[in-house]
Design a protein around this ligand. Sequence first.
Ligand SMILES: [Zn+2]
Length: 425
Amino acid sequence: MSSCAFCGSRDKKITREHVFPKAIGLSMDDSHADKWVERSPKRFVGGEIVIKDVCEDCNSGPLSELDAYAKEIYDSYLYQKVNQDDQITFSYYFDQLSRWLLKICFNSARVNNADTTILSEFIPYILNGEEVENEFLIYVHLIRPKEFSTEEIRAFDLDVSEKKEYPEGWRLSQFRLQGFHEISFVQRFVFINSFCFSVLAFPKNISNESLDKIKIKFEEEYEHSICLNESDGKVTIKTGQIDAFDAFFPHMNMNPEFYSDEYLGDFHNLVHKYDTGLIVIVIERKEVEAGDISRISSMFSNIFISKKTILRCKQSIDLIFDGYDDDERGLFLIPEARKFVQDLHSEFPYWFYILNPELPFFKILPYMLYEIEHVEDVVKISDDNLSLFIQEGFDKLNEFCYNNCLSEETIYEISMEIDKSINGG
Ligand SMILES: [Zn+2]
């Protein structure tokens, strides 16, 4: 029998737990997209995301008590339609609210195996309100309705009666504060109608200095957000600059294929042609000789076109140089090939994320990027340069994953493969 994600028990009956409590009766936010794009999202499942790794005792005990509290604040506050410049006086029990928010973040994290490591450290707090070493912050702000301008009504071909669009339903999404890629911490928004709760949850070992910097950055970026105090209380929440469209936009931007059948480019089609397997990019000799990286570099920039493309490219690319088969020199001894790779590197240094580390291009990459020396007929690079290659590679991997909302778990998985390739482990 599998074990319960919360209490770890192996001998209890496992039941289904809804990521978002069914009792609230709110479907996942799928009502909006078709107001802004012609076709409605194709892959949303309305509010029915369930996980099957919670035991009966946890589910019907502490977790359902938290859901009951959520229902209470839903019925008192969260159901409301909020207009611009509205203010809401919001009373809350800090522990119950934050335990509930952390619970739904942990539930959704397990669906995608993202942030489960940090969030699982909060289990004693979520289940029983026991103190844990990890710090966390909860903010709340209101999303104002989107008011469409005449141009937008024309551009989106809207019914004129729909001049104003309120945020509706619930949605969980990751966000990223810029500049913190060296720290793994949870950054999630929980949208419920016009309310947006921000959950920041930190690993045990985070320094006070980093915590302060993150707090300052968040409050700068979301200046209308109110930090909820650890004592129960009452706060006045206001709307800020973010409207229903802005709140939805990052999801649309990262998942364009959910919203539109529009042509997303050759690279997108190439990577989605086969769901798995290697993507081989062939570089022509004439491009190398002309020093023209534009075609390859535009392919690389297309990786960012959607989350799906990003995930598809994870350690699954190999680069092949065509037209050099008869050349006796190794590729890393051909000056124009070296220059070509170095130029690509200065535009796109995220090799550890995209390359399959077991394949030839990854193996020769340090020799292409760094100075090589000949030791008794063998071509080598210095240990110092190899360390630099590894250090930069991992730093760029962290940056790439952080900026694209890929979790600590993904970075770990990739790092193990890189380590195996470099150290033969
Ligand atoms: Zn349990």
